[in-house]
Design a protein around this ligand. Structure first.
Ligand code: FMN
Length: 187
């Protein structure tokens, strides 16, 4: 069981700054869903905002448009197969959580579930921008709660020691990079 610690909202951009692939979880009414998204990024510090591309064809899009909420979950190396499954099937056809071997957990500030076992969570409320959504499939969300796995994120920094909990970067066709070694430079 991972120990989750709250992340200062103004520092929550650091959970996405290195460009990890995320799982987008959503819910509306009795339905919940999860999909993979490589095109997600921080957008502002305070109030913190994120941007994510959610294609019109996805079930996730319908749930987010209905609820105005979503969670960006940062999955890890141990979950790569599940990420690919969540990104390759339609939540209208199958229970994506069951199909991907993922479990939902209650969130703090939104009805959309979190995805158990992820290394960070950004709970978001949609800032409605109909033109961006329609023209570019681009959704902007304000981050209203953020937590991270204390084993790999502490004091505002990622610390990946082992392999299993490294975040993922997607290329295409089932190929990923795991986040590599950190280094620092001085100016
Ligand atoms: C690793 C990975 C990354 C993906 N990134 C995105 C993305 O950034 N935006 C998007 O709209 N679809 C992306 N997709 C495709 C969706 O995850 C896919 O269409 C999914 O089946 C949608 O599920 P849903 O219809 O149940 O919501 C990605 C797929 C994979 C495997």
């Amino acid at each position: 069981m991972s120990r989750l610690l709250a992340v200062d909202l103004a520092k929550s951009y650091r959970l996405l700054n290195h460009g990890p692939t995320v799982l987008v979880s959503s819910a509306a009414g009795q339905r919940s869903n999860v999909m993979a998204a490589a095109w997600a990024m921080p957008l502002d510090f305070d109030p913190p905002k994120v941007a994510v591309v959610i294609d019109k064809a996805t079930h996730t899009r319908a749930l987010i448009e209905a609820s105005g909420e979503f969670v960006l979950n940062v999955p890890c190396r141990a979950q790569a197969e599940a990420v690919l499954r969540a990104g390759g099937t339609d939540g209208r056809q199958v229970d994506k959580f069951a199909h991907s071997g993922l479990s939902g957990l209650p969130s703090q500030r939104v009805a959309a579930p979190r995805v158990d076992g992820c290394i960070a969570y950004l709970e978001c409320k949609v800032i409605s921008e109909p033109r961006n959504q329609q023209s570019y499939d681009l959704f902007i969300g304000e981050v209203v709660a953020a937590e991270a796995d204390a084993e790999v994120f502490a004091d505002g920094h990622w610390r990946f020691d082992g392999d299993a909990k490294r975040s993922l970067h997607y290329i295409a066709g089932g190929a990923f990079f795991a986040t590599g070694e950190a280094f620092e430079v001085e100016t």
